[in-house]
Design a protein around this ligand. Structure first.
Ligand code: MG
Length: 424
């Protein structure tokens, strides 16, 4: 089955989520947005799809979203900037990736992954990120699923049909009634439990803005500890809690915080320091009993994960589709973890992560659902789909989509009405 074309379509959307200067997201005023849809076509008439976004937030009823002076603290994303970012992605897909995969066997995912991965070495191909490779790999897996008439997780091995989710909060802010204080986190934690979540991961304050006037939420070990304690007290001893804090604490700050959450019986401790500082993680791990999880954002795909395992840097490994280049490279880490008897927890939301989780035998306890904020509704269907990818039931489980491929039920009417441009 030969690949005959790669189409990259830009679809109009809107968003109430803004990124701060590090890239953490926060609620804000409505802004224009786009989603990219990749279509990989074949000579047998079967097409594989992937979308750059699979979630869609809306403001919760009665909530006044931050704006005016507050939104000055958020990166202002104007329509031109959105278009330019999207254009660079479209350009790479159409002019770098398309010529390479045209004429290849659509079922040779491993070969295509290696071709694209090795292209990343050259500065001439800058912008060819693991996140972009993941979009292509996902479309190839979707295609394979549609070809076989099976959901992807079954093609990966098939282990379970539903996965327990944790509520993954947005990063702390200074919005009253949002995530501005330990009390805010405690109140939101109770709300998450009422929605069915059996576990919660806190992202605390992580914006050490270069401009003091623009701080969304300054990192503070003492405030983090107070927050973790307030949430533990709010939800009781039976809910699993995890912490993902500011990523650039020094060793001693990280140790102080780690000891505190260890005493509060947190399930894992995530990225309190720069992940390239491997010796600091080894040092921290030697001082704490609470499991250290990582790496999440460190580059190097499954090679970096293998190094963390072999050097005993972490207790739980982390990988996510967008971090390493898709399902194909993720599965290598899944099997490495199984071989070494080390748990693996998947980073981030979305269909690829869900299908990989459903195929893993190595313990991966939770699907990361979010990121969540008291001001925003997460339980929506993106308008470009007819059903959401990761609906959660009252018991806190997300069912793995059973449609062939990744589980996209595409809303073609919306796409036709909102198509900005295509290389059709
Ligand atoms: Mg994280």
């Amino acid at each position: 089955m030969i690949i005959t074309d790669l189409k990259a379509d830009l679809i109009r959307s809107r968003s109430w989520v803004h990124a701060d200067h590090i890239g953490h997201v926060h609620p804000g005023q409505e802004r224009p947005s786009t989603v990219t849809m990749i279509r990989i076509e074949t000579d047998e008439g079967i097409t594989g799809y992937s979308f750059s976004g699979e979630t869609y937030y809306t403001p919760r009823e009665g909530v006044e979203l931050p704006g005016g002076p507050v939104s000055e603290a958020l990166r202002q994303v104007d329509p031109v900037a959105v278009k330019n970012t999207a254009n660079s992605t479209l350009n790479l897909l159409r002019n770098r990736i398309r010529p390479v995969i045209m004429g290849q066997d659509a079922l040779s995912r491993e070969k295509i992954f290696h071709m694209l991965y090795k292209m990343q070495r050259s500065n001439h191909n800058s912008g060819l990120t693991d996140s972009l490779l993941a979009q292509v790999d996902k479309a190839l897996w979707d295609l394979f699923g549609r070809y076989c008439g099976q959901p992807v997780y079954k093609l990966l091995g098939g282990h379970r049909t539903k996965v327990k989710a944790y509520a993954s909060t947005m990063v702390g802010d200074h919005f009253k009634g949002g995530l501005s204080s330990p009390e805010d986190y405690a109140a939101f934690a109770k709300q998450c439990i009422a929605e069915g979540y059996k576990a919660i991961k806190l992202h605390t304050w992580a914006d050490d803005s270069w401009d003091n006037d623009n701080v969304i939420g300054k990192p503070d070990v003492k405030k983090d500890i107070a927050c973790c304690r307030a949430v533990r007290e709010a939800v009781g001893p039976d809910i699993d809690l995890m912490l993902d804090c500011f990523h650039y604490y020094d060793r001693y700050e990280a140790l102080e915080l780690g000891k505190a959450i260890q005493g509060l019986n947190y399930l894992w401790y995530e990225e309190p320091m720069e992940e390239y500082n491997v010796s600091s993680y080894k040092w921290l791990k030697s001082k704490l009993d609470i499991p250290i999880i990582g790496p999440e954002v460190a580059k190097g795909k499954y090679f970096t994960r293998a190094e963390w395992i072999s050097n005993q840097v972490c207790d739980i490994v982390r990988t996510g589709s967008g971090d390493v280049g898709g399902i194909t490279p993720m599965m290598k880490t899944v099997h490495t973890c199984e071989s070494f008897g080390i748990p693996l927890e998947i980073h981030g939301t979305g269909s690829a992560n869900l299908h990989v989780m459903a195929a893993m035998m190595v313990p991966g306890k939770y699907y990361e659902r979010g990121m969540l904020h008291p001001f925003l509704e997460y339980n929506n269907c993106p308008p470009w789909l007819n059903q959401p990818i990761d609906s959660m039931d009252k018991e806190g489980y997300v069912a793995v989509p059973q449609l062939p491929g990744l589980g996209y039920d595409i809303n073609w009417d919306y796409i036709k009405e909102n198509l900005i441009e295509s290389n059709e």
